[in-house]
Design a protein around this ligand. Sequence first.
Ligand SMILES: [Zn+2]
Ligand SMILES: [Zn+2]
Length: 826
Amino acid sequence: MERTKVKISTIMNAASKYNPQDIERKWQDKWAKDHLYEVKENDPRPKFYALTMFPYTSGDLHIGHWYAMAPSDVFARFKRMQGYNVLHPVGFDAFGLPAENKAIATGINPAEWTLKNIENMRRQLRTIGAIYDWSREVITCLPEYYKWTEWFFLKLYEAGLAYRGKAAVNWCPKCQTVLANEQVTDGACWRCESMVEKKRLEQWFFRITKYADELLKFDEIDWPERIKTMQTNWIGKSYGADISFGLDVPGIEEKEIRVFTTRPDTLYGVTFFVMAPEHPLVPALTTAEHKKEVEEYIRNAQRQTEFERTAADTEKTGVFLGSYVINRVNGEKVPIFIADYVLPQYGTGAVMGVPAHDQRDFDMARKYNIPIRIVVAPDNWDGKDLQAAHVDDGHMVNSAQFNGLSMEEMKSAVCEYLTSKGWGGKTITYRMRDWLISRQRYWGAPIPMVYCDKCGIVPVPEKDLPVLLPPDVEFRPTGESPLKDCESFVNTKCPKCGGPAKRETDTMDTFMCSSWYFLRYTSPKYDKYPFDKDKLKYWMPVDLYTGGAEHATMHLLYSRFFVKAIRDIGIVNFNEPFTRLFNQGIIVQHGEKMSKSKGNVVTPDDYVRDMGADAVRVYLMFVGPWEQGGDWNDNGIVGMFRWLNRIWNLASAEYTGKKVGAQAEKECRRVMHKTIRKATEDMERFRFNTMLSALMEFTNLLGKIVEIGSVSKVTWDEAIKNLLILIAPSATHMAEELWVELGNPYSIHNQLWPKWDKELASDEEVTLVIQINGKVREKLVVPVDISEDDAKKSAFADEKIKGYIEGKQILKTIYVPGKLLNIVVK
Ligand SMILES: [Zn+2]
Ligand SMILES: [Zn+2]
């Protein structure tokens, strides 16, 4: 879809002198020259650390970057005008696979490609007109940064939080590297969407599971419910039971197989038993007559991916082994099946089958004529057979001494019973696995480890950091890290015995680099430690973190783990990296996601050139609520550009009050204060779109006033001044230009955010009835939209009410908004 080319000249009001090309670059240069946005720690204002997720160095700033960065800059500027010392840094997430793929395809060195991209992105970022303090820029692929990434790895290793282990890992055949579980979505690679395979490899892991319980606590942070839920589900803590089933098969030493279940209440409903085809006991449990069928089934299962095996919509199949386990609670012999939907790496690789209360088991039972026995009966159950599994609550039947208990009561009762008999008991399990950080790639931070035939795994001593990436490697599409063939890198001396040794050639997952970059912004040039401790103490934790929700169970989870881990090592003293989190939505065009293949990608550079960065900024803020995103429309941005023109013309107008009237004066002041109030409240809630609507209404009023000249010069000047300050965080360049043109002292960005007059800003007043124990004792005149807190404050401050409640205990208050407050005392 070709976008309509809109040139400023074609839409500009002929009388308007607003030309963003003349002013934007000028102010960007002046702000930079004056170090206007550089922040220091020795500042009397309270600190506010406003962070936006740093961009990956793809080479071009697209509209998604702008949507992440422009509104967050507006908010950071708003906090600055509210009197905070605001740190709003920018940097680059610079390691990663695209650079290496480029090298394989073109021979250009990843470092060269990345740094060139950064150069271009810096230029583009400057055009946004943000308050980035460039002196704090952080680039993760530079040795001065990755030295400390390696250092953190060593600290985690010393603390036992990094370990090497063999595991079945996710292997992306296209990216030719392993992936963490968090990087596999529906069985596919997060980056290239290829189906992921399983491989058994020796890899480095971080012990994130040690923090599973703490990661489930969100009481210190103000994050969107959606992200908390995603993390909670990912960690997947489940209470259940570990249950031993008896084995009595001649020739097998094992006398039991254990299963984990979240439904121990259904134990009496077990009518079959399922093991993973890969379970080591399967060959021994397969009787001669079932051998052929079982072996064929196993071969088939191994050809499928984990996703194919467990997807909800694939038909569930299984095959009987010919052997039985014993359900100890009722002594029943239960037939053993293997089925591909049971995976060897989860739980014990075996599960109990309860067809009456699990739909998957129900389907299996129907297919293989296995009995279906109800044990949790729905309260209105008529004794008839079920048409589908009953997975909800109910009361126990067919469960011996436990009949009549509720489902929850049964869970505890049966677990206690199992414990008393030594057959198992209550347990907790987690879905989350340890974080696999080895990558068989070149363009990442080296893992500072050495392998010695004599001493085993030896960490590189701190004084020898950083382990540098060798620049002279060959990039070939072999699927092996080029580091493997780089002898000058691989061959080294053992730090312990001095003998010949080999370096680890895998590099770290780039999510390791992004797990601590927010610490580095506090002192990016510091070279004695990852950060200057005093500066870190001043800035951390991050007060507001903004970025995409797609990072919920990757970056946002890893960073929380990382901070908790280094807290326990004694490196930091806080628990959470990001106090408040906000996720912006995405910008689409004509309802469709933008993509190069569809040809509907909006190029911000074009619009900046044609209409200015300020128009792009305000349009992105206006296009929809920030958390929801919006639909890009060329008419929309033209509309915003026209509005900026109107402001320009109003502020530049020669104003003389010709027909000043008391009513107009009052109205102008009332709207101004209401606008200040609305803008402030909307800013706090990231409601930039409605804030701009309020500013537009105010602009319309000023448009009428300027025609008639109906207010005094003093009131007019005050209104224009406030309009400029309110628009300053959004249209940063235009506001500055007009501000200085009107003779105000440079810079508008050092002005304080205006305050509103409570009386003038409130719409209407209402009478609030105050009751004590249900009796009317007082009537107060309050603003119509008074909050519960303010209503209570007004009531408790009232002399008459004070008299009634003095010396009494307030049991509770009941508030009916704008109408009534009842105080219950004793
Ligand atoms: Zn991939
Ligand atoms: Zn050695």
